[in-house]
Design a protein around this ligand. Structure first.
Ligand code: FHN
Length: 619
C-alpha cells in the first residue's frame, strides 16, 4: 500500500481507536445455537445505576484534579545518581530503598513554594470541581498531621505545616470539594502491611489486620474527622484486603461523613463507583458510574525527566470521552518537592479551562450519549432534552448522525450559540433515521467543537449497529455475538471491551450491522498488545465471511500495512492487520463472522480483538 493509502488507513484506524468507547451493553437475545453459544451482545441504551444521592455532586462535577505529592518528589525519579525506571511515586519500591534510608527524605522535605490557594485556583480555572490528593501513598508517609504515626509531614519534616489543612481551607473558600487518596493496603513503611518485600521479606510474619486496625483505619478516621466535609476517600490497590475489611472501611467513611464517597479500589466491589485502570479511557460495557484517571505526562508523582506531556487536545478529548460514557475524568498533576505544579501541566489545565468556559454545558451534569458505539467524528453526551455532539474531526459542510429517532427541534453550536440548519429523513434501504446538520467551514474549536441538538422527549435511537457517517463499519469486539466452543473457553472481554485470551480456535464472533453506503472495503483487524506496550501475540490465521464473500488472512505486524500503530492514548499498542477486500453492492442489513483457523498462544495471550473494521476504499 502506498504511503497515502497507509496514512489514510492509519487515520481511520486511529479515528476509531479514538472513539472506541462504549457506555453500556446488555446481554440480549440468544445467538444461533452452535455448540455452546454465549448470549448475543446487542447494542442497547445505557443502563443507569440505582439512585445513590452520594453520587449527585460527583455526577454533576464530571472533572476533577488528582494530586500525587509526597516524599518521592525529592528524588524525582533518581536514586544515588541513577535514574529509576517507572512511575515516580514508586521509587522506594523500584529501587528497593530500605525504610531507614527512605525515611531520611522527610528531613529534607520543605516545600516553601507550596501555596494551597494557588493550587486550588489552578484547578478552579481549569473547570475542575474536586481535588483528590494523596494523604498517604504506598510509601506510608502521611502528608498531613497525624497523631497515629509520627511519620508525617508536620512532625517529621522541617516544613512543620499541614498542607492538607491549608488545602481544605482553600477548597472551602473556592467551592471545590476536597477528597483524600489513602493507600489502605500497601504501606512500604510498615512490616505488617502489603508491599515491602525488601525490608520485610518474611510473609509468614505479617499480620495485615494489625496494620489495618492500628494504622489504616485510625488514619482514615483522622482524615474524616479533622478536615471538614470531604468528597471522598480514594482508596487504591486493594491487593489482598478482605471483603470484610473493604466493607468496614466503606462503612467507616459513610459513618463519619455520610455524603462522602469511596472509590472502587477499596476492593471487593465495595466502593460507591467504579475506577477503571490507570490511563484507561476506553471502556467496554459499563454498567456502573465510573471514573477515568489520567496522567498529564506518564508519571503520577513528580519525576524530573518525564517530559512526555499529553497534548491538550488529548486531555480535552479524553474528558469528553468519559462524559460521553457517563463517567468522570480525574486528571493528575505531580507537584515538585518545592510545592510547584509543573508548568506544562498548568498550561494544559488553563487551556482545558478555556474550552470549558465555552463548552461546560456539554460536560457538567451530563450523562452518556444514547448510542452504544461512538461516532466516526466524536462522542455524544446528554441531558434531558439535549444531545451534545462533541465533534473531534470536523467534517466538510455537514455532520451526519444515523439512527436518532427523536424529532430535532433546533441545532446550534455551543460556541457563540450559532444556529445551524439541519434536515431529518428516513433511509428506507436500511430503515434508519438520518440527521444532517449543516456546518460552517471552520471548526470553532480544533480539539472538540460541540453541536447541540434540542430534542423532543427522551433520546430514542435505532439500537442496531450502523455504518459510520465516515463510511467505515466499526465492529467493536464488545458489540459482537460471542460463540464459545465450550464453557471453559478463556475468551473474555477486558475492561476496555477488547476481546482477550482467545486461545480456542473453535470460539468465534459475529456481528449484525446496517450498511447505509455500499462500496468496496478493506477488511482490517485491529488487535491489541498488553498495557504499556508490552507483549502482543500474532501469527493467527483467521477467516472472515460477509455478504457471501470469504476472505482469509494472518494477524501479523510485519508488513507495511500492519505496522503497530500508537493509538490515541498510547499505553496500549494496537496492531492492524489488513486481511483483504470485499465489495458490498447494496445497502441493507448484513452479518459478518470472524472465525479463527489457528491461534498462536505460546505466550498464553492468544488472539486479541479491538474490532473488525471495514474501511471504504477511496475511489
Ligand atoms: O500504585 C498506584 C500508583 O502509584 C498511582 O497512585 C495510581 C493512580 O491510580 N494507582 C496505583 C496503581 O494503579
Amino acid at each position: 500500500m502506498c504511503c497515502a493509502g497507509k496514512n489514510h488507513m492509519r487515520r481511520l484506524v486511529l479515528q476509531v481507536l479514538l472513539v472506541m468507547v462504549s457506555a453500556a451493553s446488555l446481554w440480549g437475545q440468544a445467538a444461533p445455537a452452535e455448540k455452546q453459544s454465549a448470549p448475543a451482545q446487542q447494542p442497547t441504551k445505557q443502563t443507569k445505576e440505582a439512585p445513590n444521592p452520594r453520587l449527585d455532586w460527583w455526577r454533576q462535577a464530571r472533572f476533577g484534579m488528582f494530586i500525587h505529592w509526597g516524599l518521592y518528589a525529592i528524588p524525582a525519579g533518581e536514586w544515588k545518581g541513577k535514574p529509576i525506571a517507572g512511575i515516580g511515586e514508586w521509587i522506594m519500591n523500584r529501587a528497593k530503598i530500605p525504610v531507614t534510608e527512605y525515611e531520611q527524605l522527610a528531613k529534607q522535605f520543605n516545600p516553601t513554594k507550596f501555596n494551597a490557594d494557588q493550587w486550588v485556583s489552578i484547578a478552579k480555572n481549569a473547570g475542575m470541581k474536586y481535588i483528590v490528593i494523596t494523604s498517604k501513598h504506598h510509601d506510608g508517609f502521611a502528608m498531613y498531621g497525624s497523631k497515629v504515626s509520627p511519620y508525617n509531614v508536620v512532625d517529621a519534616t522541617p516544613f512543620h505545616r499541614d498542607p492538607m489543612k491549608e488545602l481544605a481551607a482553600a477548597c472551602k473558600k473556592a467551592g471545590i470539594r476536597l477528597a483524600f487518596y489513602y493507600s489502605q493496603s500497601q504501606d512500604w513503611h510498615e512490616p505488617d502491611a502489603i508491599g515491602n518485600d525488601w525490608d520485610f521479606p518474611d510473609e509468614s510474619k505479617k499480620d495485615f489486620s494489625h496494620y489495618f486496625e492500628q494504622k489504616a483505619k485510625p488514619q482514615v478516621k483522622e482524615l474524616l474527622t479533622n478536615y471538614g466535609a470531604l468528597g471522598s476517600i480514594w482508596s487504591d490497590t486493594p491487593r489482598s484486603i478482605s471483603k470484610q475489611q473493604s466493607e468496614e472501611l466503606l462503612a467507616m467513611v459513610h459513618q463519619y461523613q455520610p455524603t462522602a464517597l469511596v472509590s472502587g479500589r477499596v476492593g471487593n466491589n465495595a466502593g460507591d463507583y467504579e475506577t477503571v485502570g490507570d490511563n484507561q479511557v476506553a471502556v467496554g460495557p459499563m454498567k456502573r458510574d465510573w471514573e477515568a484517571i489520567s496522567t498529564t505526562n506518564d508519571t503520577w508523582g513528580y519525576k524530573k525527566d518525564d517530559n512526555n506531556w499529553k497534548p491538550t487536545s488529548v486531555l480535552i478529548r479524553q474528558m469528553a470521552h468519559a462524559a460521553g460514557h457517563n463517567g468522570n475524568y480525574l486528571l493528575n498533576v505531580g507537584p515538585t518537592a518545592e510545592g510547584v505544579i509543573p508548568q506544562p501541566a498548568v498550561q494544559a489545565l488553563s487551556e482545558m479551562g478555556q474550552w470549558i468556559k465555552v463548552n461546560g454545558n456539554a460536560l457538567y451534569g451530563t450523562s452518556g450519549g444514547p448510542f452504544n458505539y461512538d461516532q466516526s467524528w466524536g462522542v455524544i453526551s446528554a441531558r434531558p432534552g439535549k444531545l451534545y455532539l462533541h465533534v473531534f474531526d470536523w467534517p466538510q459542510k455537514e455532520l451526519t448522525l444515523y439512527g436518532l429517532k427523536n424529532k430535532v427541534q433546533s441545532a446550534y453550536l455551543l460556541a457563540g450559540n450559532k444556529k445551524l440548519k439541519f434536515n431529518q429523513s428516513m433511509d428506507k434501504n436500511v430503515d434508519t433515521n438520518v440527521l444532517r446538520v449543516s456546518l460552517p467551514a471552520a471548526a470553532p474549536d480544533k480539539n472538540d467543537s460541540v453541536v447541540v441538538l434540542n430534542i423532543a422527549g427522551e433520546p430514542e435511537v435505532d439500537t442496531s449497529l450502523i455504518q459510520q457517517p465516515s463510511g467505515a463499519v466499526d465492529l467493536n469486539a464488545y458489540l459482537g455475538n460471542i460463540h464459545k466452543a465450550d464453557k471453559d473457553s478463556t475468551l473474555r472481554m477486558d475492561t476496555r471491551g477488547v476481546a482477550e485470551h482467545w486461545t480456542n480456535k473453535e470460539d468465534w464472533l459475529d456481528w449484525n450491522f446496517k450498511l447505509v453506503q455500499p462500496g468496496t472495503f478493506d477488511v482490517v483487524l485491529v488487535t491489541s498488545g498488553q498495557k504499556n506496550n508490552h507483549n502482543w501475540e500474532g501469527g493467527h490465521k483467521v477467516g472472515i465471511e460477509v455478504a457471501g464473500q470469504k476472505i482469509a488472512g494472518t494477524v501479523n505486524n510485519d508488513g507495511e500495512e500492519n505496522d503497530p500503530v500508537k493509538p490515541y492514548w498510547n499505553y496500549w499498542n494496537y496492531v492492524i492487520s489488513k486481511l483483504g477486500r470485499v465489495t458490498i453492492e447494496k445497502a441493507g442489513a448484513y452479518q459478518l463472522s470472524l472465525k479463527p483457523d489457528s491461534i498462536v498462544s505460546e505466550q498464553k495471550l492468544g488472539l486479541t480483538l479491538v474490532e473488525v473494521k471495514l474501511v471504504p476504499v477511496q475511489k
